[in-house]
Design a protein around this ligand. Structure first.
Ligand SMILES: Cc1cc2nc3c(=O)[nH]c(=O)nc-3n(C[C@H](O)[C@H](O)[C@H](O)COP(=O)(O)OP(=O)(O)OC[C@H]3O[C@@H](n4cnc5c(N)ncnc54)[C@H](O)[C@@H]3O)c2cc1C
Length: 387
């Protein structure tokens, strides 16, 4: 094995979160290396569509990638529950903002971040997998393997930021709740056009969201895992018919594109930091997409980490720095996890006993503008309404 390669910060994973961190740190003066197991550019093929909060827009503008993104503003969100009275509407106009959020393809976001990073001097190693990490008192020893080679290379880093996109089950430091749901995603078109409206409809099997996207809507349809099998087996007309019955008369669906499936569960680390290590994005917490919070929360984490790294040289892996980061992110992180999980517990589960309460919740929300304002700001900025 060769002598170890070195950097002050090693970022594991060049998904949107790892790339956003690398770009945020590009002018920090720190030496940063990014490694990803996949070939370069794979991030552009992510089929998901993301709802970005207003706060994320501000951050992406600062990073210089916003203008490169195809985005569709969300001006209204219509929230309802199948088979129950009560509904509420969140409106950008009421909140005094141009949009409650923006819809963009995750692949386009990844491509824009990558392109911007390639214009900096940050080192990016594609097709390179992190095989192991061992935290020492002064550094982390990392073993890397390049795709197609059996050789292992050593890399030494003061801090490892893990943005590898997932958490392994079974670790005692991880909390897990399996919703038993899968998300089907697809592009759909509706007869009237989207008019910048999003729909969130709670069905007995899971929530269904339609996000305005390009000329049509992006569908995120959560369903029980067994039902997802059946739904994937339907031809387009039969599936459209199923969706139309679930949505009622509020939109008229006309066509659907190819469907892709994602298993859904909540998994999060009790602590996002460990000696000389920080976890970010889906590697820190994997959330149900019901409230579209995963990437938005990750971007707020990235900003705080970069602030701490900028404020406290010379050791980027210092325990005090990581503890301060975790403490400063605790409120937003735990509130976002609870908010997402709470929505599913309240609206996503069957017990009929709760139905009047759940309908009352939507009616109350509709009747109380300050509560709607709170919910809208939460979706836009996170727990601290931080822009
Ligand atoms: C259906 C669905 C809809 C969603 N909608 C929204 C939304 O509307 N709004 C929102 O904010 N969020 C949403 N999310 C969440 C959002 O997609 C995630 O938060 C985000 O994509 C996570 O990005 P990431 O960079 O953490 O992970 P990933 O995109 O998974 O990237 C991880 C990277 O790490 C690399 N990697 C893994 N292991 C290694 C290793 N050992 N060595 C080197 N590299 C490695 C992988 O190759 C990959 O490139 C949604 C999620 C789903 C499933």
């Amino acid at each position: 094995m060769h002598t170890p390669d070195q950097s002050e910060v090693l970022i594991v994973g060049a998904g949107p979160v790892g790339l956003a961190l690398a770009l945020t740190l590009a002018d920090s003066g720190l030496t940063v290396t990014v490694v990803d197991a996949r070939p370069t550019g794979s991030v552009a093929s992510d089929p998901r569509t993301l709802a970005l909060a207003h706060g994320s827009r501000i951050t992406l503008e600062r990073l210089g990638v916003w203008d490169a993104l195809p985005t569709t503003p969300i001006e209204r969100i219509h929230v309802s529950r199948q088979g129950c009275f009560g509904r509420t509407v969140l409106d950008a106009h009421d909140q005094g903002v141009p949009a409650l959020g923006y819809v963009t393809p995750a692949g386009a976001l990844g491509a824009a971040l990558l392109e911007a990073l390639e214009r900096t001097s940050t080192r990016l190693l594609a097709a390179t997998e992190v095989v192991s990490r061992t935290a020492m008192p002064e550094h982390v020893e990392v073993l890397l393997r390049t795709s197609g080679s059996a050789d292992l290379r050593r890399h030494s880093s003061r801090l490892v930021a893990c943005a590898e996109g997932g958490l392994d089950a079974g670790d005692p430091g991880i909390v897990e709740r399996d919703y038993g749901q899968h998300a089907l995603i697809a592009d759909v078109t509706v007869r009237s056009g989207h008019r910048n409206r999003a729909y969130e409809r709670f069905l007995p099997g899971g929530p269904l969201a339609l996000l305005p996207h390009g000329q049509g809507h992006a569908l995120v349809h959560a369903a029980a895992a067994t039902q997802a099998d059946e739904l994937l087996g339907l031809d387009d007309d039969a599936y459209l018919d199923h969706l139309q019955r679930a949505l009622g008369a509020r939109v008229e669906l006309t066509a659907i594109g190819p469907r892709t499936r994602f298993p859904l569960r909540l998994r999060y680390r009790r602590s996002p930091v460990a000696p000389r290590t920080v976890w970010l994005g889906n590697a820190a917490q994997t959330l149900h997409p019901v409230a579209g919070q995963g990437f938005n929360l990750a971007l707020r984490d990235v900003q705080e980490l970069a602030r701490q790294l900028g404020d406290t040289p010379p050791d980027p892996g210092a325990r005090t720095l990581l503890d301060t980061y975790a403490a400063r992110r605790h409120l937003d992180r735990s509130a976002t996890i609870r908010f997402t999980d709470g929505l599913l517990r309240l609206y996503g589960s069957p017990p009929a006993l709760l139905d009047p309460l759940r309908s009352l919740g939507l009616v109350t929300l509709d009747a109380l503008p300050p509560l709607r304002g709170f919910l809208s700001r939460r979706m836009m900025f996170g727990a601290r309404a931080w822009p």
